[in-house]
Design a protein around this ligand. Structure first.
Ligand code: G6P
Length: 366
């Protein structure tokens, strides 16, 4: 198929807006009426999942962030999980627990370090390898025992967007599949599957906030640094938000687990330090709010994306409200405004959004 930008100014923007459609694609044939259709995984994958007692995720860049979110999900259903960047993993002497499944995550399927980690894993005692990948004929797909394809379509923007959200969808489906083997009830499965079913619509609603995010971005473009905070699965969401911002706007951005604020980054906070944070209605909310209170006390400027039920109660902040977001898929939904924020800041700064300096879409050499 020919790939053009259509009415969009950049591929990245087009790809951000494709997310409802490609999330639906990735769910197609894999869920039905509140149930996971496991037969769609294939016999070999099912057999591997049957013997999985531990998951090791290995990936790079944005795909690594998807893996970090998945760790929270897998542990929630009782599966031990470790996540590591491929460039570290491949040179470490790894000790593999019995019953370990290696999961690589990659948009391109050609990232040199991820591929090397997979190749090196053959002698490490894994029960097998599964890749969550977006390119069917890629090296990772060919060399892994089994694959679980994301169906994001061709991604052109160097800063990954739709590949990331479809990776999370794939990992959520794998969480249901593994969860089934660890006592997930039918009711729990139904809730998780229904959340995924609603996800394309929820993303559409968030995309409608684009104009407001653009306004927020205009207060951001003269900044030289930014801090992204999060707790739980929203910590890797913050990491991904910071990565998007630095990749395309060249603003130095750092993500921190909000609870570590007092162990260093608070020293950097003053009037010139914007702090970005997602505030979903989750059990860690009060803790995050008290971290943000610390930021305000030092004059830091807050840019928040919060659930409509959340009472923010801080003296000054800019915020956008998201409604009726389900807990399981919230990390996916809250990633969207962070993509848009980075995009609009980059546009205001006039950088080359689709081809940021010094970066490549796929890092095929070490
Ligand atoms: C490069 C790209 C990123 C991507 C990373 C991993 O750094 O610019 O967008 O997340 O590689 O690529 P992969 O294809 O393995 O997901």
């Amino acid at each position: 198929a020919s790939i053009d930008k259509g009415p969009y100014a950049h591929y990245m923007l087009k790809e951000i807006y494709e997310q409802p459609a490609v999330v639906s694609e990735t769910l197609e044939g894999r869920i039905h009426k509140g149930r996971l259709l496991e037969d769609s995984f294939g016999h070999e994958t099912k057999a591997l999942l049957d013997s999985t007692k531990h998951v090791q995720i290995v990936a790079c860049g944005t795909s690594y962030h998807a893996g970090l979110v998945a760790r929270y999900w897998l542990e929630e259903v009782g599966i031990p999980c470790s996540v590591e960047v491929a460039s570290e993993y491949r040179y470490r002497r790894v000790v593999v627990p019995s019953g370990s499944l290696l999961i690589t995550i990659s948009q391109s399927g050609e990232t040199a370090d991820t591929l090397a980690a997979l190749r090196g894993s053959r002698e490490q005692g894994y029960i097998g390898s599964l890749t969550v990948c977006n390119v069917p004929e890629s090296s990772l797909v060919r060399e892994s025992d089994v694959c679980f394809m994301t169906r994001a379509g061709t991604e052109i923007g160097v800063a990954s967007t739709k590949a990331f959200t479809t990776q999370l969808v794939a990992l959520r489906l794998l969480t249901v599949a593994l969860g089934r083997r660890y006592g997930l009830t039918t009711e729990q499965e139904e809730a998780m599957v229904n959340e995924l079913h609603s996800l394309p619509r929820q993303i559409e609603v968030v995309l409608e906030l684009a104009d407001e995010i653009q306004i927020m971005a205009s207060d951001f473009s003269d900044k030289h640094n930014a801090l992204f905070l999060g707790r739980g699965p929203f910590y890797p969401v913050a990491m991904e938000g910071a990565l998007k911002l630095k990749e395309i706007s060249y603003i130095h951005a750092e993500a921190y687990p909000a609870g570590e604020l007092k162990h260093g980054p608070l020293a950097l906070v003053d009037e010139s330090m914007p702090v970005v944070c997602a505030l979903p209605d989750d059990p860690l909310l009060e803790k995050v709010l008290s971290n943000l209170q610390e930021v305000r006390a030092r004059g830091g400027e807050l840019f928040l994306f919060s659930d409509h039920k959340v009472k923010i109660g801080l003296d000054r902040y800019q915020s956008l409200t998201l409604s009726d977001i389900f807990p399981g898929t919230a990390p996916i939904v809250y990633s969207i405004p962070l993509q848009l924020l980075a995009y609009h800041v980059a546009v205001i700064k006039g950088t080359d959004v689709d081809q940021p300096r010094n970066l490549a879409k796929s890092v095929t050499v070490e």
